[in-house]
Each structure stands twice: as C-alpha cells, then as structure tokens.
Design a protein. Structure first.
Length: 83
C-alpha cells in the first residue's frame, strides 16, 4: 500500500461535513485545505468575516468550502440549542 493511499484511508472525509475553527489562516487553513482536498463539505469559522470569506473562496477552487463567521456561528448555535 502506498503512502498516499494510507493517508487517504486515514483522513477520508468524502461525503461528510467538516467544521474547522480558525480556518482562515495558519494551521487552521492548512487543515481546512486538507479536508477540502479529501472530499469533505468544509465550513471554516473565523472571528474576521472578511478573512473567512476570502479563504473559503480560495479553498472552493479545490472543492466545497463555505465561510461561517463566528458571529453567524454563535447565532446558529443559540437558535439550535435554545433552552
């Protein structure tokens, strides 16, 4: 088995949803890139909406990636988990 095949088998996210916090730069961006290339439907979350949108746009060239600014994420969580 080749090294690439082992990595693919270990990190295959095809058909799954992946949320990467801090995904607009640095290590988070690198992780998001890997998940996009591995076939996941990736959402990146960041405090800076502009940086998040730009990173998602760039990652969308390799696969499916969406921007989810933290303010929007917090609103969704409050709606879905309201007590």
């Amino acid at each position: 088995m080749t090294g690439n095949r082992v990595i693919h088998d270990l990190f295959d996210v095809e058909g799954k949803v992946v949320l990467v916090t801090g995904g607009s730069r640095g290590i988070g961006l690198a992780i998001a890139t890997g998940f996009v290339k591995a076939g996941g439907r990736v959402y990146i979350c960041s405090r800076k909406a502009g940086a998040c949108a730009l990173a998602a746009k760039e990652l969308s060239q390799c696969g499916e990636c969406h921007s989810l600014p933290s303010s929007q994420a917090a609103q969704i969580i409050q709606q879905d988990f309201a007590v």
